[in-house]
Design a protein around this ligand. Structure first.
Ligand code: PEP
Ligand code: MG
Length: 591
């Protein structure tokens, strides 16, 4: 007699909302077996030709994929493959493989695979999650090259045997592009994070996804699984109760999502008439379409570093000017806050020559890097200033930790203005300049900083990281990463009070702003603008419309008096449950 398999729940991070119930398809290891062979000297030439032909074929395949995704999705997703093409064109890698083949008389696929393994091992040791995720790109390209050397087809997600939920250790951009959209219901992976391509793709394709799962080991091909992209849970071999629960949850979720889209035009205003600005965070120009679709009151954060990360060389003033202008003109009268370069210590090593640091997150990054490279900084400022003449553009400096940084940055803005005047190029003389409050020191001297700037935007992602001394990318330390920690709430309240006293506005642009659990707390602490990824705007708009300001203020006061993050969160959870039980039950597991 067949015994019933036991239900297992595996936790990960919610990467793309929605529920899928279906049959698991496990993607096997993509790494082909590569064995070492000794060559005769006369075989070297043909070995190198095979290697080079495989590189050319890979290049063609990637360009084709890029074309395909450009047609089906948009430019920003297609640009992901630029990174792949750069890897194929990496002369250091190619020359070193060929040299090894010639000098050691070994097969090219083995030499190539060894180099790739070395690259990946090195990259995986770097703590920056963005860089770490580039290891997936390298593995993806390497698998293609090896398959081409061996004359084999890579495992493909193109022709699935029917509707499936894809389970994999990792998903590469080519996997996601090649996916048979009709038949992929969802995906769940062991790797990936907030900035991973898989997360970007999942949201753009509107497929539920859970990433960074504790493990995928208990899942077998053909198992029934449920992917809950709201809470980041995967249930394997669900019980009848779980199946029933999630089927109902999906029906509810679908109805809510539909309803939210139809209500995007409603004002984000509390029942008692307090208006909150709902703005969008964007990384690429194409994101503006989503910002408009969800009726954003502006762009609260444009992460301009993507403009640099995605290009082979540094974008000049003209390229940046056109980019900013295009975004601003699409947003018409709505404000666009352009954050100046926030490159981490380790990013862009090739384009900007940076030294390795033991603690890149505490090192030479963001405003520190810009002040250390005034020419690079001024180029960006001049491009922003020139674009400001046409629209409501504001400048924002990231990672401020002391007064001197603000003063120096403002001085460079003045120099940039002076140069533009000399060049007879116009700009908005009164452009607003704000700073991100994302270090505890900036929050604690906010009353001094407020005298120098027009607005504050609280970057809670980093503020939590630096205040609680928890790496925001660490899966292991996730339990200590608590946005409702009393220290964080107290810093937010301090900054908000300072802003009010000084008559400047204050927003929140970290992930907290788009999380329904914190809406009442932030509104109750006097935050004027919440800026978030466009897909989060629907639920937050709806919650704001159900809040009464005096209640939100009470909740915030109670939470601020708590000794633990959990107690504080309990207040906001209970309030959300009271005012919007539907959204509450979607995002809180088991509610
Ligand atoms: C933040 O730190 O909260 C923020 C919005 O900036 P980023 O996530 O780009 O560091
Ligand atoms: Mg930040």
């Amino acid at each position: 007699m067949k015994t019933k398999k036991e239900e297992i729940r595996i936790k990960g991070i919610p990467a793309s909302p929605g529920i899928a119930i279906g049959t698991a398809l496990i993607l096997g290891s993509r790494i082909l077996q590569v064995e070492r062979r000794n060559l005769q000297p006369e075989e070297v030439e043909s070995e190198i030709s095979i290697f080079e032909a495989a590189l050319d074929k890979t290049k063609e395949q990637i360009s084709l994929l890029q074309q395909q995704i450009q047609n089906e999705l948009n430019d920003s997703e297609a640009r992901i493959f630029d990174a792949h093409l750069h890897i194929i064109d990496d002369h250091t890698l190619i020359t070193s493989v060929e040299k090894t083949v010639k000098e050691k008389l070994i097969n090219a696929d083995y030499a190539f695979n060894e180099k790739i393994k070395y690259y990946i091992d090195t990259i995986k040791k770097i703590s920056d999650p963005y860089i770490k995720e580039r290891a997936i790109d390298i593995q993806d390209v390497a698998s293609r090259v090896l398959a081409n050397i061996h004359g084999r087809e890579l495992e493909s997600l193109k022709n699935l045997p029917g509707q499936r939920i894809i389970i994999s250790q990792e998903l590469t951009p080519s996997d996601t592009v090649a996916m048979d959209r009709e038949n992929v219901q969802a995906f769940a992976t062991e790797t990936g994070g907030r900035t991973s391509h898989a997360a970007i793709m999942a949201r753009s394709m509107k497929i539920p996804a859970v990433l960074a799962l504790e493990t995928i080991n208990p899942i077998r091909n053909g198992d029934i699984v449920i992917v809950d992209g709201y809470t980041g849970t995967v249930t394997v071999n669900p019980s009848a109760e779980s199946l029933n629960y999630y089927a109902q949850k999906e029906t509810r979720g679908g109805k809510i999502r539909q309803n939210l889209i139809s209500k995007s035009k409603l004002r984000p205003e509390t029942i008692d008439g307090f208006r909150i600005q709902l703005a969008a965070n964007i990384e690429f120009m194409e994101d503006v379409n989503d910002a408009k679709k969800y009726c954003a009151a502006g762009i609260g954060l444009y992460r301009t570093e993507y403009l640099y990360i995605n290009s082979k060389s540094l974008p000049d003033e003209e390229i940046q000017f056109k980019n900013y202008l295009q975004i601003a003109s699409q947003m018409k009268e709505h404000h666009v806050i352009i954050r100046t370069l926030d490159l981490g210590g380790d990013k862009l090593k090739n384009t900007i020559n940076l030294h390795n640091e033991v603690n890149p997150f505490l090192g030479y990054r963001a405003i520190r890097l810009c002040l250390g490279m005034p020419k690079l900084f001024k180029t960006q400022l001049k491009a922003i200033l020139r674009a400001s003449i046409y629209s409501n553009i504001k400048i924002m400096f990231p990672m401020i930790s002391c007064m001197e940084e603000v003063e120096q940055a403002l001085l460079i803005v003045e120099e940039a203005k002076e140069e533009l005047r000399a060049q007879k190029k116009s700009f908005d003389e009164n452009i607003e300049i704000g700073i991100m409050i994302e270090t505890p020191s900036a929050a604690l001297i906010a009353n001094k900083l407020a005298e120098k700037v027009d607005f504050f935007s609280i970057g809670t992602n980093d503020l939590v990281q630096y205040t609680l001394a928890v790496d925001r990318g660490s899966e292991k330390m996730g339990y200590l990463y608590q946005p409702s920690h009393p220290a964080i709430l107290s810093l937010i309240k301090t900054v908000s009070d300072v802003a009010r006293t000084h008559g400047i506005w204050v927003g929140v642009c970290g992930e907290m702003a788009g999380d329904p659990l914190y809406t009442a707390l932030l509104v109750g602490m006097g935050i004027h603008e919440l800026s978030m990824s466009p897909v989060s705007m629907g639920p937050i708009r709806r919650i704001i419309r159900k809040i009464r300001m005096y209640e939100a203020e009470e909740i915030a006061e109670e939470a601020l008096n708590c000794s633990t993050a959990e107690d504080a969160l309990e207040y906001s959870k209970n309030y959300l449950k009271k005012i919007d039980p539907d959204i509450f039950s979607l995002i809180v597991k088991g509610a």
